[in-house]
Design a protein around this ligand. Structure first.
Ligand code: DAH
Length: 342
């Protein structure tokens, strides 16, 4: 029994070799000490059953403790060597760098900001309103007749009762007129909803920018000059515009404004369907009934209003043939317009 205890004491000394061992030495040591047949400690453990009970207990306890100590020391060193193998020890400064991803504003957001900025220079402030509207704001205060097709659930998204997702930003004209006395000059960017198919030229949700100016003495000349100035600032200084008669319940007279096609400069191309013109907005002089519905004296005040689609405007500026690319978040498409990143 004494010789066994002495052998164990000697073996214990060898624990110190483990933390310094390299991979080969470590596996050699493991066989030498814990190997199934030849392992020094395995052999000692094998002799324990033949000892007398008292010695069995003493030698057994210390041999088992030593075995656990070796196992722990081997595992620790093995882990250390493994981690070291996976660690990069040097940095190659000659490698080319990787450019980081830089975020950018969506093309439509850039266009909305740019349009609002042009009107800010012309004296217009920015206003917003809710996307869930009542029929009164979305239709009736805007002079829509009770049987207008837009009131049909086939055409608009109703939420409940007479509450629907606004089909245009025009209801914010009413909210503004109810809240602020003239003079009023506002632009109202926002999201609108219609039960339209999702195809190359329609989307069920899109942006609009509404404009409203109400003051004493506003005439059709102010209206034309303001929108023509906008077109020349937004497109190019020599951009031609034209107004075509139209109809909206909330304006009288009403007009649609076209700008010379930006792609072919008026010659005719697929983007403008060979007409040389692109329609960019609906507009008109504010209908007296709309002013009266908001408690504004229509004898004293007149005004003009318009509504335009920034998606359409972005498409006409860049010759984008399909509106769906503006909703798909394909970075290869969007990155072409990321210059305005901030
Ligand atoms: N609300 C109209 C639409 O969504 C656009 C519009 C036309 C707005 C004429 C106006 C306007 O303010 O005067 O089609």
């Amino acid at each position: 029994m004494r010789d066994l205890l002495a052998a164990l004491a000697e073996l214990r000394e060898r624990l110190k070799e483990i933390p310094q061992a390299d991979e080969r030495r470590l596996s050699g040591l493991k066989t030498e000490i814990l190997g199934r047949r030849v392992g020094a400690l395995t052999q000692i453990l094998g002799r324990i059953p033949k000892l007398d009970p008292a010695s069995k207990k003493e030698v057994g306890a210390s041999a088992n403790a030593l075995k656990r100590a070796f196992e722990a020391a081997f595992a620790a060193r093995e882990g250390e060597l493994k981690r070291a193998a996976g660690t990069v020890t040097g940095v190659d400064l000659t490698m080319p760098g990787r450019a980081g991803w830089r975020g950018g504003l969506h093309l439509v957001t850039q266009v909305v900001d740019e349009i609002c900025e042009i009107f800010r220079e012309l004296g217009f402030t920015r206003a917003v309103g809710p996307e869930a509207e009542t029929e009164r704001y979305n239709f009736f205060a805007l002079n829509f007749p009770k049987d207008h097709p837009a009131l049909d659930a086939q055409d608009s998204f109703y939420l409940s009762g007479d509450i629907l997702l606004r089909t245009h930003t025009s209801p914010v004209q009413i909210r503004t007129l109810e809240r602020y006395p003239p003079p009023i000059r506002v632009v109202i960017p926002g999201q609108v909803y219609r039960r339209d198919p999702f195809d190359a030229s329609h989307a069920p949700v899109f942006q609009q920018i509404e404009g409203l100016a109400v003051d004493e003495g506003i005439t059709f000349v102010d209206f034309k000059a303001t929108l023509a100035t906008f077109a020349r600032k937004f497109f190019a200084p020599d951009t031609r515009v034209r107004f075509r008669p139209s109809y909206f319940p909330f304006t009288e007279p009403s007009a649609e404004m076209d700008v010379q096609c930006q792609i072919c400069k008026g010659v005719g191309c697929p983007t403008c369907k060979q007409t040389g013109w692109m329609e960019i907005l609906g507009s008109g002089l504010v209908h007296p009934a709309v002013l009266e519905n908001c408690g504004v004296d229509s004898e004293r005040y007149t005004g003009f209003a318009w509504g335009m689609g920034p998606e359409r405007i972005a498409m006409s500026r860049h010759g984008i043939p399909d509106i769906r690319v503006l909703f798909e978040s394909d970075v290869r498409f969007l990155a072409q317009f990321a210059g305005g990143a901030r």
